[in-house]
Ligand binder design. Structure first.
Ligand code: DAT
Ligand code: MG
Length: 170
């Protein structure tokens, strides 16, 4: 079994419903390490880059609005972002998160217990969870800077920025 890292987001509906503690408790059952954590106010650019694989889907606009928390507005228009690390982490965390469609998700999973489909058809499924190692790498590098992660499995390099030295992804 490989040690993997992945991105988990508590989406704006999870924040609005005050589910952060419940979600972290469910995730902690997997006994993995949190190696990065922060609150992010999601820009349109970040939302669209995060979901770029779905850009041709009819629900792409609503999906981008949802992750930005536009429906909820201040102060719920933010997400909590985590990088978790553990053995076989992606498959195990996705099982705890549950199926994409909250109506089809195992009722004991996070999405099954707390998700809903809105009358507009948006899947408010409470959490994002990377789905494979290459997606996890792309997403972690999109959401986190190297210095924000305790110990990354991805290589970094140093570059000089106007007399300032900074670590960036290779
Ligand atoms: P997952 O989040 O389980 O990895 P995904 O990557 O296929 O699923 O899709 C990303 C998000 O897009 C998903 O969490 C909810 C939304 N979504 C996917 N399929 C949808 C659909 N048929 N209708 C509405 N929203 C959908
Ligand atoms: Mg996905």
């Amino acid at each position: 079994m490989a040690i993997e890292q992945l991105l988990i987001l508590i989406k704006p509906d999870g924040i609005k419903k005050s589910l952060t503690g419940n979600i972290l408790t469910k995730l902690s059952e997997a006994r993995m390490l949190i190696i990065g954590a922060k609150t992010v106010k999601v820009s349109k650019e970040l939302a669209e880059q995060h979901y770029y694989q779905l850009k041709d889907k009819p629900f792409f606009g609503e999906l981008a609005d949802y992750i930005q928390g536009k429906v909820y507005g201040e102060p719920w228009d933010r997400v909590l972002a985590f990088v978790y690390q553990g053995e076989d982490a992606i498959a195990r965390m996705r099982k705890i998160a549950g199926a994409t469609n909250p109506e089809e998700a195992d009722p004991v999973s996070i999405r099954g217990a707390y998700g809903r489909i809105t009358t507009k058809g948006v899947y408010e499924n409470v959490v994002h969870c990377s789905s494979d190692p290459s997606e996890a790498e792309r997403e972690i590098k999109l959401w986190f800077k190297p210095e924000e992660i305790v110990k990354s499995i991805y290589p970094t390099k140093k570059i000089v920025l106007e007399k300032e030295t900074k670590e960036v992804w290779v």
